[in-house]
Design a protein around this ligand. Structure first.
Ligand code: PMP
Length: 355
């Protein structure tokens, strides 16, 4: 029986996607060749890339709004650098909500002035700062929609005339948002989209071309856009599996449908955390992430018993990140409601045993 996979990323993917992907590794499109041994310039692969790009735009509701999608390499971490390379002329504004925001800020500082508009570092990033102001003359404002490690999520994005840039690595395609508010969105594939190895970048084309520096080709969004995301050999397998996952999401009813399922899973687990005296949540209630649920035992003495219970129930990947400790239940799109119920049952079992 497959494990209940609460891993933070790489993470659970739909079983039917894994099956199709494994078939394509042996014989792709009936070509009697593997997907990973054909040319990326073949029509069969170009179709995959085009389909993946257009599914991303369609699912985000950005068709006909001046956006294009790219599937690049280097992870979301390379976007920390590519964003300022392409957009930072004088100064950029950043919201610091955790480890990944801090890393994005570090890269941007290599290229120009960075204004940190607010930070929740004072409380080990357990909340999302609010009420900050964004300098009107900033080239862009960067934020992280979901903080994978700390389990916080931005619910309301700021209203500003400055272009919004967002790292959506750990909650893209999980909830409905007005994605046309953003000038640029990026996300490593390895949470809600596919295997590690490719990064989705969605760009409103008119935000480019405003910096004076010369940009090395591989770091230049324009170069990748002009080459339809095929400037160099793309991560063919990662793009293919991302395409399959996006198709799976579309067939399910798109983001609106998955959002309901994600809300159901999140309320099951958060309700149990709030009800069960043996547990306490880490993140501020109003900023709780629907993707990464961070929680701790109220008494560490129960650690051994709880660990034995969840491991015995076939749960994988529940240990918290070292900077938070405790537990983290990552409940990405492909995690079933059934798996969330199994977790809740193990929490209730613990209460019966020691409570
Ligand atoms: N941003 C966020 C929100 C993340 O969760 C991660 C990694 N999990 C990254 C950026 C870095 O992604 P990558 O490992 O693809 O560079």
């Amino acid at each position: 029986m497959k494990k209940h996979n609460f891993s933070a990323g790489p993470c659970v993917l739909p079983q039917e996607v894994l099956k199709k992907a494994s078939e394509a590794v042996i014989n792709f499109n009936g070509l009697d060749l593997s997907l990973i041994e054909i040319s990326h310039r073949s029509k069969d692969f170009i179709d995959v890339m085009e389909n993946a790009r257009s599914l991303a735009i369609e699912l985000l509701g950005l068709e006909g709004k001046g956006y294009k999608a790219l599937f690049l390499q280097g992870g979301a971490s390379l976007e920390f650098l590519m964003v300022p390379y392409n957009l930072l002329e004088k100064k950029a504004a950043y919201l610091n909500t955790g480890t990944w925001s801090s890393k994005a800020i570090k890269e941007a500082k290599v290229l120009g002035e960075v204004v940190e508009v607010a930070s929740s570092k004072d409380a080990n990033f357990n909340y999302i700062p609010k009420g900050y102001s964004i300098p009107a003359d900033a080239d862009y404002f960067h934020c992280t929609s979901n903080n994978t490690i700390f389990g916080t999520q931005i619910k309301d994005f700021p209203e500003t005339n400055v272009p919004l840039v967002c790292d959506m690595s750990s909650d893209i395609f999980s909830r409905q948002l007005d994605f046309s508010k953003f000038g640029l969105i990026y996300a490593g594939a390895q949470k809600n989209m596919g295997p590690a190895g490719t990064t989705l970048v969605v760009i409103k084309e008119d935000i480019l071309g405003k910096v004076s520096r010369s940009i090395p080709s591989m770091l230049d969004y324009k170069v990748h856009l002009d080459k339809d995301s095929m400037f160099n050999t793309p991560a063919v397998f990662a793009v293919y599996v991302s395409m399959l996952t996006l198709q799976w999401l579309k067939d399910l009813g798109g983001i609106a449908a998955i959002e309901k399922i994600n809300e159901e899973k999140a309320s099951l687990v958060y309700n149990e955390i709030d009800r069960n005296p043996l547990f306490k949540g880490f993140a501020a209630t109003e900023d709780r992430s629907s993707m990464n649920v961070t929680f701790n035992l109220t008494d560490e003495a129960h650690k051994e018993a709880f660990d034995a219970l969840w491991k015995g129930a076939g749960i994988n990947g529940l240990n918290g990140h070292r900077s938070v400790g405790g537990y983290r239940a990552s409940m990405y799109n492909a995690l079933s409601v059934e798996s969330a119920k199994v977790l809740v049952e193990t929490m209730q079992e613990l209460e019966k045993k020691v409570g």
